[in-house]
Design a protein around this ligand. Structure first.
Ligand code: ADP
Ligand code: MG
Length: 212
């Protein structure tokens, strides 16, 4: 597969913004059940801001600049807790791509894994606490295992999508121990975490943009 250029990453952010926009109401509805009903709006503001900032970027920019520009605009646009979580994810992806003119399949998976690690470092959530981490960590692990086994980028991102979906589904059986939903305790049971649901949307859009 050909290397992933900065221009391809800019297209990827456009696809993420469009996918989130399409799911905005569903994500707000999920957040309405166990949070404050703004998650779709927050994610849409963040990725739209990233897409718009990238449209103004120097065409000679490198992958790190693309991720860092997206991170900064996401953070500035979003007041909800998903703001710093995704901004950290994107900064970490930028750091992992440092010095590279374009990303190989393995580089891209490393950047993807760095995003998950960034969310965990920033939010300090563990698996099973009913957050976006329950989708992002299994997705990053699945992609890493697949690429290490020689599976290629398309298969690795497909594995990431499947793992994220299973992880998001599993949040229905979890009691929230982080974020706004924590106050509900046992009453959070039976509902999908909105951040895990949006992680699936983001990861599917990444797969669609990069793996074909
Ligand atoms: P807010 O809760 O500030 O309104 P959002 O609605 O945008 O922010 O995002 C809520 C989502 O953020 C939750 O569904 C959960 O997935 C995620 N989240 C909250 N706190 C954390 C955390 N500490 N670590 C990881 N994810 C978290
Ligand atoms: Mg919210």
């Amino acid at each position: 597969m050909t290397d992933i250029t900065a221009a391809r990453l800019v297209v990827m952010f456009g696809k993420i913004a469009a996918a989130i926009e399409a799911e905005k109401d569903r994500l707000c509805a999920l957040d309405g059940v166990i949070g404050d009903a703004d998650h779709g709006i927050a994610m849409s503001l963040g990725f739209s801001a990233a897409r718009d900032a990238l449209a103004a970027l120097d065409p000679a920019a490198d992958p790190t600049t693309v991720f860092n520009t997206a991170a900064k605009s996401f953070l500035n646009a979003v007041g909800a807790s998903s703001g710093p979580l995704y901004a950290t994810a994107l900064m970490r992806a930028g750091a992992s791509a440092k010095g590279k003119a374009a990303l190989t399949d393995a580089d891209f998976v490393a950047a993807f894994q760095a995003m998950a690690k960034g969310i965990q470092d920033r939010g300090k959530a563990e698996r099973g606490e009913k957050t976006m981490i329950d989708a992002w960590l299994p997705a990053a692990d699945a992609a890493g295992e697949c690429i290490s086994a020689g599976g290629g980028l398309a298969a690795s991102l497909e594995a990431a999508v499947s793992a994220a979906k299973a992880g998001a589904e599993a949040t229905k059986g979890m009691v929230a121990a982080k974020g706004r939903a924590e106050r509900l305790g046992e009453r959070s049971l039976g509902h999908m975490d909105p951040g895990a649901a949006s992680a699936v949307v983001v990861i599917e859009a990444i797969r669609d943009a990069v793996a074909n």
